[in-house]
Design a protein. Sequence first.
Length: 290
Amino acid sequence: MIHSELKYIEELNAFGVSEEQLKVWEKQQETPLLSLSRKDYIGLGCRVPASDSPFVALLMQKGEYGYTVPKNYVLALARTEVNLCFLTYEHCMVQMQDCYALVLPCGDFDLPERYYVDGNADSPEFSSATAKAYIDCIRFALKKEIPILAIDKGAQMVAGEMGVKIHRDTSHLRDHIIHNSSRQKAHRVHIDLRSPLYRLLKYHRCITTNSRHDTVLHPNFSQSYLAFYASSLDGVPEAWGCYSKHILCVQWHPEDMAATEPNGLMQKLFDWVADKAWDLYDEQHFEFGW
């Protein structure tokens, strides 16, 4: 394995590693362990985490440049003072070996056919290399009982893997709102007062979120151990999870809201996954007497 740090790419407003560098490591048959530099923690206005802080894994997105992750994801997680481990598609399960939580961001890719209400049962298990990486990460985290925070397409991937069916669009809804919007405040979301999400946010029942998704979940969660946490006004599920397995999924983009909102409400989602990473870290170290 080779240790390396991500670079900030100003024109993309993202951190990443170039395709050229990836080819070098591939030729050397090296598995990259990717992290954030001390300089970048400081540049983001964050404290550098202690060397013994747990690692939280964040799956990157592959594109023309190479692998990248938007700055706002990095900022929200860096604020929690955990160490960050960035995952590539080819090596994600190896890279996650020493991580104590997983963050699955949004991505631009097709969901597997088997997730859909009207899906083709004879289609391939993985719709793309990106979808396979998401599924590999989800299955690894579930097997190792690693906490998961999943966002937008990442949240849909978790739901699909857990047996919740998905509609391709909102055309089946009688009174639907626009869910795929570039607005920072697109529509209101009602949080179930009995849900762990309500207890986490400690906020009134209705919040206004940004929203950028076309596909929507079927409201029937009966075939899954995931539970419904919040919905939009047209009944579309907007948040779900599993309290006992430490899974939290949201359909909106908290990383963008956390970067701009003054009350820190959406930052609490990233604080949650960092706290769960610390809980697992402490539990394992206490168990083994470290």
